[in-house]
Structure formats: structure tokens, C-alpha cells
Design a protein around this ligand. Structure first.
Ligand code: NGO
Length: 530
């Protein structure tokens, strides 16, 4: 790191100014006139350490600050280079600074061994910024923290200062997911990419896409064109739906990978399959295709377990999906198969498990698949009952864990982003004990939900967003934010370090970033929004 010019250290108000801009100035264009430097220096210095969501594991505040200026360069070589490119692509337009990538720089990104597993170390001092991690994915997480240490937006007069600090950070769980239901309403590639960027900021590293349900089939499968021409042509409420070509889907996967996010594709089965059944009469036990479905009921459709075409179909679908998926998981749903006789369900899941294992992927299913007597070793369950399990769901989840699988925790009454914020709201569902407040999304511990399923048996957490009740990006973000921030912190920050009051004050500061990025969010009660 080169030594920066001395005046930056001398002028005390650089520190609080940087802090103010990161925490209190809501939007571009705000001014700092009337700013009392001395009061702010005292009152706001500790705030810098408190502005990051999810809260870092270890953090101490230093003295002084580093300010980006015309001479600031970024040093990110080899494996670190793509993360450096990502950072300068964010910062150049925001700051108007040239920020060249050069071999020597005040902002240094380093991939080297010896840092917190799955995490990163970050140091800001008056002479520069240094982020290091064992791999590029860890470095990317450190860059997300850095984004939140910088002011949210350029004001023209803004100096981009970062208060000195030392952070050493790592996630509680390795799987930190969001799920988007693109089946009930279809969302184009641009919206999915936008959501990928939204969740990257929160250090989430998985996007689970619910690609098929009764109301729509959203991914092209070679050899089965009617899946998309018919099954893709509907959605809840009777809209025109849509689907991704395999090229578009690859584009989504690649975009996610550039944010170190893994896509988990889900084809729900044997229930939730009306769109497929409507596309191919032969898939139905009766040989007759049902009409397309635009409603919101569940549990009425089923694939036909004893027809050989069912298995040709599923082999094609799962093999092609596996080929589109660099990540380790394929999600096969398995929930609410009320129209499948129980004996058929057992046989169905077992056979699907064999196909998935044959692709080399690990199977994920909603915890309902714990019912199946035969599953590939290590099958992952996604728990979606309440934080106080109702009869059955705990046992089904434990049965998966006993067979060597882990659980993804997505309890509906705290993690389902589609639950209404308040019963009077016009979007959202309410079956899972809605209203779902930010306090409830934050106030649970994944390791104490299902008895017998503790920290070691949990792969991570996920926030599902089912789309029965909305169709626009703005509605999508409104339901997700701020509750997804709470779930991200549940998945990242150690339980003992989480306190709602502290979270709420950081969340209020974080809202400045949401505003600067144009992300819609609900100003939920109980948060000291600025
Ligand atoms: C349930 C159901 C979905 C609904 C969702 C709505 C699961 C796993 N199956 O969650 O089909 O869309 O609730 O909240």
C-alpha cells in the first residue's frame, strides 16, 4: 500500500463525514450543511462499526480513515482479478474516480490461505484497504462488507471515505439461500439477475429457482417442446406466463456464478405438476390432459407413477437440468403430493433418487420426502413447517438426518417472504401464521427448531418467495426487503451475537443502500428508519 497524503489524517472530520454518509444521508443530492463536526465525531464514530448487515463476527474500530481519490488504484491479481473487476465496476460509476486495476494499489484484494473458512479478513487503515480470503468467493463476501462501509451514493461533493477498521468474518452456515418461485408468475431473466444482485449484497450464496408448478413450466427441455409452448403459457390469474430457453438459463447460472451464487433448480414432483400434465396427455394415468390451471390451490395433480413415459420424461428433465447446473444440487420438490397414493409416493421418490444420483448431483426435497423409505445417502431436506413443528414434520426431518442428510431451514412462519406484513396488505399470502413481522423473521434459531436437528445437522437457511400474489419486481422486492436481511443475518451471524435492537439500528442504516440502489422495501414497524 502506498502512503497517502498527510492531510487526510490531519483533517479530523473525514472520519465522521465518511460515517455520516454511510449511515445517515438518505439519497444522492443530500447536503451536509449545518454539520457539527465535533459532535458528530463523538456521536458517530462507533456507528461505523455498526452499519454492516449481516453483522460481522469480529470487528474493531481503528483511528483515522482512508479516502478514495483520483490516485487510488486497485490491486487484484490472478484469482482475485474477477472480484477486483466487480469492485471497480461498482465503484467507478458511483465515485466518478478512474480506479485503475494495477499491480500496486491502495485497495488490495488477495487470495491466500489462512483466513476464516468461508469468510475473509478486511482491514481499513489511513494508508489503504486490504481484503484477503482463501478463495475468490470469500473475497467477494469481503467486498460486500466494504460496499457497506462506503457511503451509499455519490452526492457530487461526497468524499468516499472509509473509517479505519479491522474485520475478521465467517458465516455460521455454508448454505445461505433465497428461493424465487418463477412458476406461479413468470419473471424474466432481467428480474432474476436483479434479485441475484440484491441477495449478493446480503452475502447469500444460493438462489433456488422453483421452475415448475401447477400454473407453469418455465424451462425448455429438449425433446419436450409442449412443456414450454403449452405448460409455459399460463400463470396465476391467467397471464401469458413465459419460460427460459436453455441459453437464457445458462446466462442466469453464469451471472449468478459471477456473484459466487449457486443456482439450485427445482422441478416439483410428483404433485404440483399440472402444467406438465396439461402439456402431454400421455403423462396422465387417464391419458387425458387437464386444462391449464390459473388458480392457487395445491395438492390436486400427480404424475403417473407406473407409466414408463413418466420415467423417460423425468430422466430427460433431470439429466438436462443436471447438465445446466454446475452446482452440486438438484431439488425435486416432493411437497403436498396429496393426489399421489402413499405407496406410489414411496416408489416414486425412491426412483427419482436413483435418477438424481445417476447425474452425480445431491438430491434436495422439501422435508416431505423424509416419508420415502429409500433415498440416496446424503439427501438434503428443506424444512418448511413452523418453528414449532406440527405432528409429523419433525419426524420426517429427523428421518432424513438419520440417513446422513442435512437440513435447510426455511420455517414458513418466519422465513416465507410471501407471508403478509400485515393482514390488510394487498399482496402476500397468510396461511403460515401471518402477519410475519421483521422481529419474527429475525428472532429464531435454526438449531432449536426440530429436536434432534442441531447446528451440525443443518446445512443452512433459506428464504422462499412464492409468487401467487405478485408479478412485478417492485412487489417482489417489497415482500423480500427487509425480511430477507433478517434471514441473511440468521444464516451468517453467530446466534449469541444477534440482538434485534442492534439489528434494527443497522437495518435502518442499510436502508440508505436500498434507497440508493432503488430497491423497494417495507418500512416495517419496530425499526428506527431514518
Ligand atoms: C407451501 C407450498 C407452496 C406454496 C407456498 C405458499 C411449500 C413447500 N409448498 O410451501 O406450493 O406456494 O406454501 O406460501
Amino acid at each position: 500500500m502506498r502512503t497517502v497524503m498527510a492531510f487526510k489524517h490531519r483533517v479530523g472530520w473525514y472520519v465522521p463525514l465518511a460515517v455520516v454518509l454511510a449511515t445517515a444521508v438518505p439519497v444522492a443530492g443530500a447536503t451536509i450543511s449545518g454539520f457539527d463536526e465535533n459532535v458528530a465525531a463523538q456521536a458517530l464514530a462507533p456507528m461505523a462499526a455498526r452499519t454492516v448487515v449481516p453483522a460481522p463476527v469480529f470487528r474493531v474500530q481503528g483511528t483515522g480513515s482512508f479516502t478514495l481519490d483520483k490516485s487510488t488504484a486497485v490491486d487484484a491479481r490472478d484469482e482475485a482479478a474477477p472480484v477486483g473487476e466487480y469492485l471497480v465496476n461498482l465503484l467507478r460509476p458511483a465515485t466518478g474516480l478512474p480506479l485503475p486495476m494495477s499491480g500496486v494499489g491502495d485497495i488490495e484484494l488477495v487470495v491466500e490461505p489462512g483466513h476464516p473458512p468461508g469468510g475473509y479478513d478486511l482491514r481499513v487503515s489511513p494508508s489503504g484497504i486490504w481484503i484477503a480470503a482463501d478463495d475468490a468467493a470469500g473475497l467477494f463476501l469481503g467486498v460486500q462488507t466494504l460496499r457497506q462501509l462506503l457511503p451509499p451514493a455519490s452526492t457530487g461533493t461526497t468524499r468516499f471515505g472509509v473509517a479505519s477498521t479491522t474485520i475478521s468474518d465467517q458465516p455460521r452456515f455454508s448454505y445461505r439461500g433465497a428461493m424465487l418461485d418463477v412458476a406461479r408468475h413468470f419473471f424474466p431473466v432481467s428480474v432474476v439477475k436483479r434479485y441475484i444482485d440484491d441477495i449478493a449484497l446480503l452475502k447469500l450464496n444460493v438462489l433456488h429457482l422453483h421452475l415448475a408448478d401447477d400454473q407453469g413450466w418455465r424451462i425448455a427441455i429438449d425433446g419436450w417442446p409442449r412443456l414450454t409452448s403449452i405448460g409455459g403459457s399460463s400463470e396465476v390469474g391467467g397471464g401469458t406466463g413465459g419460460f427460459y430457453t436453455q441459453a437464457q438459463y445458462r446466462d442466469i447460472v453464469a451471472y449468478a456464478a459471477s456473484r459466487y451464487i449457486t443456482i439450485v433448480p427445482e422441478i416439483d414432483m410428483p404433485g404440483h405438476t399440472n402444467a406438465a400434465l396439461a402439456s402431454y396427455p400421455a403423462l396422465n394415468c387417464s391419458g387425458v390432459a387437464p386444462p391449464l390451471y390459473h388458480g392457487t390451490s395445491v395438492g390436486f395433480s400427480s404424475l403417473c407413477v407406473d407409466k414408463s413415459i413418466t420415467w423417460t420424461f423425468l430422466t430427460d428433465v433431470l439429466t438436462q437440468l443436471a447438465a445446466l447446473t454446475p452446482g452440486p444440487w438438484l431439488h425435486v420438490g416432493g411437497d403436498e403430493s396429496a393426489a399421489t397414493p402413499l405407496n406410489d409416493y414411496y416408489r416414486f421418490v425412491a426412483r427419482v433418487g436413483t435418477i438424481v444420483a445417476g447425474t452425480g448431483k445431491t438430491m434436495i426435497g422439501w422435508h416431505d420426502i423424509g416419508r420415502s423409505l429409500s433415498l440416496p445417502k446424503g439427501t438434503i431436506g428443506e424444512y418448511w413447517d413452523f418453528t414449532t413443528p406440527r405432528p409429523g414434520s419433525g419426524a420426517l426431518s429427523r428421518s432424513l438426518v438419520k440417513r446422513g442428510g442435512k437440513l435447510i431451514m426455511a420455517p414458513a412462519n418466519v422465513a416465507y417472504l410471501d407471508q403478509k406484513y400485515a393482514l390488510g396488505e394487498n399482496i402476500g399470502t397468510q396461511w403460515a401464521q401471518a402477519p410475519l413481522t421483521i422481529q419474527e423473521s429475525y428472532g429464531w434459531d435454526p438449531a432449536t427448531v426440530v429436536s434432534g436437528v442441531g447446528e451440525e445437522q443443518i446445512l443452512g437457511v433459506e428464504a422462499p418467495l412464492w409468487s401467487e400474489t405478485f408479478s412485478t419486481l417492485s412487489q417482489l422486492e417489497y415482500l423480500a426487503f427487509p425480511r430477507i436481511v433478517a434471514i441473511a443475518e440468521v444464516g451468517w451471524t453467530p446466534q449469541k451475537d444477534r440482538h434485534f435492537k442492534d439489528f434494527a439500528s443497522r437495518l435502518a442504516s442499510f436502508a440508505n443502500y436500498l434507497q440508493a440502489l432503488g430497491i423497494n422495501y417495507k418500512r416495517t414497524p419496530g425499526v428506527p428508519w431514518h
